[in-house]
Design a protein around this ligand. Structure first.
Ligand SMILES: *[C@@H]1O[C@H](CO)[C@@H](O)[C@H](O)[C@H]1NC(C)=O
Ligand SMILES: *[C@@H]1O[C@H](CO)[C@@H](O)[C@H](O)[C@H]1NC(C)=O
Ligand SMILES: *[C@@H]1O[C@H](CO)[C@@H](O)[C@H](O)[C@H]1NC(C)=O
Ligand SMILES: *[C@@H]1O[C@H](CO)[C@@H](O)[C@H](O)[C@H]1NC(C)=O
Ligand SMILES: *[C@@H]1O[C@H](CO)[C@@H](O)[C@H](O)[C@H]1NC(C)=O
Ligand SMILES: *[C@@H]1O[C@H](CO)[C@@H](O)[C@H](O)[C@H]1NC(C)=O
Ligand SMILES: *[C@@H]1O[C@H](CO)[C@@H](O)[C@H](O)[C@H]1NC(C)=O
Ligand SMILES: *[C@@H]1O[C@H](CO)[C@@H](O)[C@H](O)[C@H]1NC(C)=O
Length: 831
């Protein structure tokens, strides 16, 4: 008796230890069901239970078990595909979850015909309590969809919702615990904030899981039941790569990967550069993957240097699209000099706009390193969008009903500015342009700027000459000879600035008008796009507080933009670092007010908000009277290549001004400008750079530093020393509060630009009221009558612009296709 008991005990023990040995991870929740089957099914070392044993977890209107007469022979999990459950009507599986945390949801589909149900015609949505996993899904061959979600409650519900007149089906599924260490926070991102936080609540869908240079790895050979496929079919140029396999060399060390991250069969094989001992080889090995645009992806690279004979032998570069993920990577060094240590690196892409994602490896540019590069494994996981959905059709449906998402992301440059364009606006402007052109363009050119604005009548300067053509689509074209003349043939000593776009020259037109001439670098497709957009947008926006575009020149492949000249340079230059005399508090307030007006106009002057995207003190220019004008609408960074994911490696520019929420949610609103403007306000007050790495840690980031003092109510402690004793406490308080509100964590909590303007006007009044010593001040007490007057100020712009454009044709927007709009822009240039 005790004999058999012992046997069972030993047997159970050996199963346990076997399970332990083979799997290394024992999932607490482990539901494996072979749907529609009345008997258990064994696949590899896993048992999928019969469907009737667990039917209590499913609520469905009709119990329909289906059995296929044919079978899938090609597939290892073919047994699972012989039966299915038809879900005719909304159905819900409920699983009790023993241990909250991340769980796999793997859904197996193989359509066949059962009675009147042709599963190839099934169409349905699948969702959990928190996420839409698939929508409008239909399938015509066998597939396994793998998702992972963090279940925080004690049950997981998976709902199948058939489309109208259709039904859902399912052949098998898994709901299995995932080790907590598999998906963690802190993946690197393309954006300047560096790390992606919030991965723990992401729903992920595995799109690709690839074993480079090796064979398919089946679930039974992976501790977490994953399938890894070979990389050959993803390689763009098979000749560029070769295989290597040294599975026994793989070492798992602290700080690196574990067997649960990927098995040694993944780390032990690699695809490497086929440099064939040619020391001058210089090319990339590139894989191409189809992805669904409009989502972010978690890309996990698996590296293990099974190639090198010794340390410090292998250095290579890694790219996603054109973005450099890692420069001169030596995986062994990252693992404390462990040769053949298993390492993984996580990266989160920006919202993709393209339906292809390229992953490349290539030789490092370090000297005296023989060219080679390897990749051992790769996983690409789709992340849920801001609506919690992994499906585009679901998000599109909700998007079109949510009005706030005006902006559409068309290109992603991680340079100074993320290229985001409001398609609607451009479309509207194109339409408007055509209308204006029909009405006679020169008439509408000037009056858009309001009272006191500089009206640039360049057209008339040249209108007697024959060389100037007024382009119906794009502002004023200025002859190249006139530009040469204006800049003394691009005299190097006349250069006043150098930017990403090219050089900026000071110049004077032949009637004496001073101009700033921005000459683009030799024409590239990207530069051309920026050039187009800048002309298109700048010639539409005419406002006293926006720098005006006077004209442009595109002769001889040139890309030249001619702006009004701003005598006093940038606001930044007046705050620090240039040795200029410091500005008074009143001057600073007036400058802030002017800039706020310009931005307010951008945000509200048209039916849809235009977002500047690069608000900073270097983009606020001052004319000879220190009047502020907002420059560089950030549009110079937009691009029309909607079909091309553009991620640039150069992360420069607007550090310190970037709205953190924008990066968290990838949703751009005018409140991102408000955030940046708040940083400018503190910059104006403290007269120091927004990021100053030379300062002690807590002071490096001005926004953080100033907010700390503002929250303590002691902002006066950190103001520009030259202002000490010259700012009235009330005025400072109002100013500080305004800046603080602009820096609210969430866009919804930030004021509109109109409110900011109002508050700054108020801060100015508070300052003026109590400075009787200043002879220029009108010291009448105006506080009582303040509000109506200020309200007038802030509404002038709106009324003017609405008068100009009437109820702007919102209806025109429907059906606007981005690519059409952009191809129009490009074509119009190509004339
Ligand atoms: C499932 O159905 C089969 C066939 O009807 C039966 O033999 C089996 O006992 C059932 N299992 C359970 C758990 O009800
Ligand atoms: C089932 O539907 C698919 C796709 O519509 C079709 O190609 C196939 O012929 C149908 N099969 C039957 C038996 O009706
Ligand atoms: C659903 O998918 C079908 C093709 O599979 C497509 O024709 C249809 O437009 C889609 N419906 C929605 C609402 O996306
Ligand atoms: C799941 O989400 C909760 C709340 O966001 C978090 O505390 C927990 O760490 C997450 N667990 C895993 C395994 O990601
Ligand atoms: C690389 O490995 C794959 C998969 O094992 C194989 O099909 C292919 O022929 C190999 N290529 C070379 C060059 O060895
Ligand atoms: C997968 O595991 C089986 C045993 O479960 C083994 O025979 C086979 O060689 C393994 N395959 C690989 C590629 O390791
Ligand atoms: C490799 O690809 C990257 C990204 O597209 C590119 O910048 C680089 O020039 C390529 N290197 C070679 C040698 O082609
Ligand atoms: C994914 O969904 C979660 C809610 O579960 C949300 O907090 C998160 O922001 C979403 N991810 C993205 C990238 O929008």
């Amino acid at each position: 008796m005790s004999d058999s008991g012992l046997k069972i005990f030993v047997f159970a023990l050996s199963i346990l230890s076997l399970a332990w040995l083979c799997c290394g991870f024992n999932p607490v929740d482990n539901y494996l069901i072979d749907c529609g089957s009345i008997s258990d099914t064994t696949v590899g070392d896993r048992v999928f239970l019969a469907d009737n044993s667990t039917s209590n977890t499913l609520s469905t209107p009709k119990n329909i078990f289906a059995k296929s007469s044919t079978s899938v022979t090609s597939s290892d999990d073919s047994l699972l595909y012989q039966t299915a459950r038809i879900l005719d009507g909304t159905s819900k599986y409920s699983f009790s979850i023993q241990q909250p945390g991340r769980h796999w949801i793997r859904l197996y589909f193989y359509p066949f015909v059962h009675d009147s149900y042709n599963m190839s015609k099934a169409n349905f949505d699948v969702s959990t309590q928190d996420h839409v996993l698939m929508s409008n899904f239909s399938v015509n061959s066998n597939v396994v969809k793998e998702f992972s979600v963090n279940v925080t409650s004690s049950s997981l519900e998976i709902t199948f919702t058939p489309s109208s007149n259709s039904f859902a089906f399912l052949n098998a599924f898994e709901v299995v615990s995932v080790p907590d260490t598999l998906i963690t926070d802190g993946a690197s991102t393309f954006n300047p904030l560096g790390k992606f936080q919030g991965m723990l609540s992401q729903a992920l869908e595995t799109i690709f899981r690839v074993n480079m240079g090796g064979p398919t790895i089946l679930p039974e050979n992976d501790t977490l039941g994953r399938t890894w496929v070979p990389d050959q079919s993803f390689l763009i140029n098979k000749n560029s790569a070769t295989n290597i396999s040294r599975i026994s060399a793989v070492k798992y060390v602290d700080g690196g990967a574990t067997p649960n991250i990927a098995p040694n069969t993944v780390y032990g094989t690699a695809t490497m550069m086929n440099s064939a001992d040619n020391p001058s080889s210089n090319f990339n090995v590139t894989w191409q993957f189809n992805v669904d645009p409009g989502f972010q992806y978690l890309v996990r690279f698996h590296f293990c240097d099974i190639v090198s004979k010794g340390l410090n032998d292998l250095y290579f570069d890694v790219y996603i699209d054109s973005w450099i993920v890692s420069n001169d990577l030596d995986p062994s060094v990252l693992l404390f000099n462990t040769l053949a240590g298993a390492l993984y690196l996580d990266f989160v892409t920006a919202l993709t706009v393209n339906n292809k994602l390229l992953v490349s490896i290539g030789p490092s540019s370090l000297p005296n390193v023989s060219p080679n590069a390897i990749l051992n494994g790769l996983e690409i996981m789709k992340m849920n969008n801001s609506l919690g959905s992994l499906s585009r059709s679901a998000s599109l449906l909700s998007d079109s009903s949510s009005k706030k998402n005006v902006g559409m992301i068309v290109g992603l440059t991680f340079g100074a500015v993320i290229a985001v364009v409001l398609a609607a606006i451009i479309f509207m402007l194109c339409r408007k342009r055509k209308k204006l052109a029909r009405q006679g363009y020169s008439k509408t050119w000037i009056p858009l700027s309001i009272s006191g604005g500089h009206s640039h009548t360049v057209g008339s300067k040249y209108s007697n000459g024959t060389t100037v053509s007024v382009d119906s689509n794009l502002g004023y074209r200025i002859p190249f000879v006139a530009v040469q003349e204006a800049t003394n043939n691009f005299d190097e000593s006349w250069v006043i600035g150098i930017g990403g776009f090219g050089k900026v020259y000071k110049g004077a037109l032949n009637d004496g008008t001073k101009v700033a001439v921005k000459r683009g670098n030799p024409r590239s497709q990207q530069g051309l796009a920026e050039f187009q957009t800048e002309i298109e947008m700048l010639s539409q926006f005419r406002h006293r507080h926006l720098v005006s575009l006077i004209g442009y020149c595109d002769e001889k492949n040139e890309m030249i933009l001619i702006y009004e000249y701003m005598e006093n340079g940038t606001l930044k230059g007046h705050l620090y670092g240039s040795g200029r005399p410091s500005l008074s508090w009143k001057e600073r307030l007036e400058i802030c007010i002017g800039a706020a007006r310009g931005l307010h106009y951008l945000h509200t002057g048209y039916a849809k908000a235009v977002i500047h995207r690069d608000v900073k003190s270097a983009n606020i220019l001052l004319d000879e009277n220190l009047m502020a004008k907002v420059a560089d609408f950030g549009l110079s960074k937009t691009g029309p290549e909607i079909d091309q994911t553009h991620v640039s490696t150069a992360v420069k520019g607007s550090f310190g001004y970037l709205d953190p929420e924008y990066f968290r949610r990838q949703q751009l609103t005018e409140k991102s400008d408000v955030y940046s403007f708040g940083v400018v306000l503190f910059e104006v007050l403290c007269a120091r750079p927004v990021i100053d790495p030379t300062l002690p840690r807590e002071m490096v980031n001005l926004a953080e530093w100033a907010m700390k003092w503002q929250k303590k109510g002691q902002l006066e402690q950190i103001i520009d020393p030259t202002l000490v004793g010259k700012v009235r406490p009330d005025s400072l308080r109002k100013f500080g509060e305004t800046a603080e509100k602009c820096l609210a964590d969430f866009g919804v909590d930030r004021p509109s630009m109109g409110d900011v303007l109002w508050n700054l006007e108020y801060a100015l009044q508070l300052q003026e009221v109590v400075v009787p010593g200043d002879p220029e001040e009108n010291s009448t007490n105006m506080i009582g009558e303040l509000s109506p007057q200020i309200n007038n100020f802030s509404h002038v712009d709106i009324s003017v612009s609405t008068a100009q454009f009437g109820a702007s044709s919102v209806d025109d927007l429907s059906g606007a296709s981005m690519s059409k709009v952009f191809s129009q822009l490009v074509k119009s240039e190509g004339r």
